[in-house]
Design a protein around this ligand. Sequence first.
Ligand code: PYC
Length: 322
Amino acid sequence: MSESPQTIRVIDSHTAGESTRVVVDGLPEFTGMLATAIEWRDFLQSKHDWLRTAVVSEPRGHEAMVGAVLVEPTQPDCLAGVVFFNNVGYLHGCLHGTIGVAVTLAHLGRLSEGDNKIETPTGIVTVRPPVEGWVTVQNVRSFRYAAAVPVEVEGWGTVHGDVAWGGNWFFLIDAGGTVAVDFANLDQLTDFTCAVREALEANGITGEDDGEIDHIEIFGPPANDDADSKNFVLCPGREYDRSPCGTGTSAKLACLHADGKLQPGQTWRQAGILDTVFECTLEKTPEGGILPTIKGRAFVTGISELIVHPDDPFRHGIHHAR
Ligand code: PYC
């Protein structure tokens, strides 16, 4: 007789077009004393990586899906802890995902009026309850680490970009004469940004403390007056962010501020490749860098129970089985 199937309860949402699948029940038991979001991430990665691949990979998920697990917070003033992942691994932070978590918690009736703190592996982020689907998030400190770094990219010549932290490490490029930031150019944008990421790795170009630059962001003019800029963001793996990418936009704000182009009190409207927009402001921090606030719109799209059947050859996702 085979074992009984495992069930994992999830709530799906999308933020500005980018999906988030939040695991709300069915996590493996954590037996340690303290379980910070970092400990949870390490525990899942080392012992239960099947959960990640089962939740976001085909046949239940898809390559562009971001997953999140809700865990007990360790800080008494935090509402929840969260760990984010995608089809290739774990993310340090994820703001479209945090907005997805916020509408999920609101749907479950777990969000209070005013500020709600959430523990993530990058630090504490603060969310406010949705207003007509718009959620405001204050991110962790963001900063530019290096400006106008040259890198030789095979087939593209020398490309310059800024290295910045916004909760993940980004290389930010002005599209200039490379590829126009337009939905019609998705394949070229993907090929170009993948080539840039490979070149950064081959040349040992990293963020602080050897932090791997796994997100590449390219900017061009907006399609309309609703935004100040439009981006394409390559995520770890080969998929692109359908939203304007909250951690990437935080990195962008840090660069704009470092260049004297954006000050506290001013609003920056960042469009993504689908022309959906995040509205953003910043505060300065005493250590240098900024505290970004990002507002984006999200909708819950489904509630389901995933079934992991022991006899299913793809119970842990198609990539996992290869
Ligand atoms: O919104 O920060 C973000 C994000 C990171 C990866 C995908 N989305």
